[in-house]
Design a protein around this ligand. Structure first.
Ligand code: HEC
Ligand code: HEC
Ligand code: HEC
Length: 446
């Protein structure tokens, strides 16, 4: 338990020094503005959180009388600074007005620290025993979070709602399956993102020019417009920035804009299409990227069974599928897989409860043996921050039936096996077979 909390020595010291803080339940409510859907429940839950967490996660710390001693002041300030840096509850939770909802990421942060019992920190609880969360109190807060989180699932908007530029889409569609974007005219975007195969190639690793292989599974292009960032490690800001990646990647298309533009400019059809999309015949790499991105924006997949259900058609899901949805939430899959894409809106570590990469390198636990590769470092490759080691963009679960094999390393073909692995490594539970079956039924409605 101590290992989990990672507290520095000065921090523990400062905690003890917090001894002088008031333990009274009277606190200044004037600055709380929370007003969520179920306001009564919200009031109870947020007051409770404020009482127990505000000393370190808001600027409303109640300082002990000895705070002004220079040495002590520094220690306490340092810890408040750290607590605030990790989680500023004043901004993320308390100061919310009617129309601005507490983000699900903030709610999930609270939920996970309460569930693993790491907050308030143990030493602080020893000093402020009323800061401990009883099971009932925990339940009040987690139920509140759960209620608010029901709005976490959003139907996919229709193509019409995407406000597309039709000329650009038309051009982008042609470019997307044009092999001239590759050095040797063999590979198009569609080679690895086949729209008939759920926007993927259904291979562990794709084949690029001259038989080259990358070491990461190709994700779907469907609904990619909703991705928080592009690529597993989020290195591209948006679809336009993404599109020049594969063209230049030596293992994918191995080309460059100059080559591509020269080839396309020799094609009379393109001259016409570029003219009508951009009002000019000139072809540039940026224009190619913009047109492809606009076409990808059109690749939304609305009105799946789940969308119809979310829009109020209670019959859209069977009883078993509904049970699967409930289990999906019960196992907290929606901590990470939520939003319009049921994923793709946050970066999370692969291996929260167990070291997936150690197990995979050793071929343990039924995982296909594979040594650690640079791609496995995930977002660390972009930020170089230790906290981002093995952190990936949470994949969308939309159209999951067709986007096998699964995970960034493409090691798993079976959806049920993937769900079991998520249970073990991401939510810390062994999910019984019958629950796995129902969750899979639900996933297939996406
Ligand atoms: C005595 C100060 C203190 C109190 C009280 C406290 N925290 Fe923290 N909290 C910290 C510090 C310091 C960190 C930085 C992480 C660390 O050192 O482990 C932190 C980190 C966090 C994080 C971020 C964890 C992460 O890994 O991203 C959350 C969420 C959090 N606290 C929630 C709470 C909640 C909820 C409460 C009240 C129930 C609470 N904290 C009470 C000091 C405190
Ligand atoms: C040789 C196979 C290959 C080709 C060709 C290819 N891609 Fe990809 N694509 C991938 C792989 C593999 C990834 C994941 C790479 C990563 O995350 O590091 C990817 C990622 C993406 C993503 C990000 C999706 C997400 O969820 O992050 C988009 C969008 C995309 N490609 C579109 C395109 C477009 C547009 C083209 C043509 C210009 C293209 N791809 C060509 C294999 C390919
Ligand atoms: C802590 C965040 C988190 C939780 C909780 C979580 N997942 Fe995931 N999920 C991820 C990440 C990150 C990946 C990608 C991991 C990788 O590729 O190595 C992933 C991948 C998946 C995939 C494979 C998608 C693909 O296209 O490759 C499925 C299916 C999935 N999760 C289902 C679930 C289910 C079902 C649950 C609940 C039992 C769950 N997840 C809980 C973060 C999470």
């Amino acid at each position: 338990m101590f290992k989990k909390m990672r507290f520095s020595i000065p921090f523990s010291l400062a905690l003890i020094l917090f001894l002088g803080l008031s333990v009274s339940a009277d606190f200044d409510k004037k600055w709380i503005k929370v007003s969520q859907k179920d306001s009564k429940h919200t009031e109870v839950a947020t007051e409770m959180l404020m009482r127990k967490c505000k000393d370190c996660h808001t600027s409303h710390t109640e300082y002990p009388f000895y705070y002004n001693l220079p040495f002590i002041k520094d220690l306490i300030d340092q810890d408040i600074k750290k607590g605030l840096a990790y989680f500023n509850m004043e901004i993320e939770v308390f100061n919310k007005e009617f129309d601005s909802e507490i983000s699900s990421t903030s709610l999930n942060k609270i939920k996970s620290v309460l569930e693993n019992g790491s907050m308030p920190p143990l030493q602080y609880k020893l000093m402020h025993w009323d800061s401990h969360f009883s099971d009932t109190e925990k339940k009040i807060v987690t139920t509140w979070i759960k209620d608010l989180s029901n709005s976490d699932f959003i139907p996919i908007p229709s193509k019409e709602d995407m406000e597309l530029d039709e000329n650009l889409v038309l051009l982008g569609e042609k470019l997307f399956s044009d092999t001239r974007l590759s050095r040797d005219n063999t590979i198009s975007c569609a080679s690895c993102h086949d729209l008939a195969k759920g926007g993927t190639d259904q291979m562990q690793f794709s084949t690029g020019v001259a038989g080259g292989h990358g070491r990461i599974n190709s994700p779907t292009v469907f609904n990619s417009v909703f991705n928080i960032k592009q690529f597993w490690d989020g290195r591209a800001e948006d679809l336009i920035a993404q599109a020049s990646g594969p063209v230049h990647n030596p293992l994918e298309m191995g080309s460059n804009w100059d080559e591509v533009v020269a080839k396309l400019s020799a094609d009379a059809d393109y001259i016409v299409l570029f003219e009508s999309a951009f009002g000019s015949q000139e072809i540039t790499g940026e224009k190619v990227a913009a047109a492809i991105a606009e076409f990808e924006k059109s690749l939304v997949t609305p009105d799946n069974k789940f969308d119809l259900y979310l829009k109020g058609n209670d019959y859209a899901l069977s009883d078993k599928e509904k049970q699967g949805f409930e289990l999906f939430k019960k196992y907290n899959c929606n901590n990470c897989h939520l939003g319009v894409s049921v994923g793709a809106n946050s970066f999370q570590k692969m291996g929260v409860y167990k070291d997936y990469f150690a197990d995979r390198a050793a071929g343990l636990n039924g995982l296909k043996q594979m040594p650690l590769a640079k791609e496995d470092l995930g977002r660390f490759n972009v930020t170089r921050a230790e906290v981002d080691r093995h952190v990936f963009k949470v994949p969308t679960l939309r159209n999951i039936k067709k986007t096998f094999p699964y995970l960034h390393d493409g090691t798993i073909r079976s959806l049920s096996r993937t769900v079991e692995i998520m249970g073990e490594y991401q939510v810390g539970k062994t999910i019984p077979k019958e629950d796995v079956t129902k969750i899979v039924l639900f996933l297939k409605t996406l």
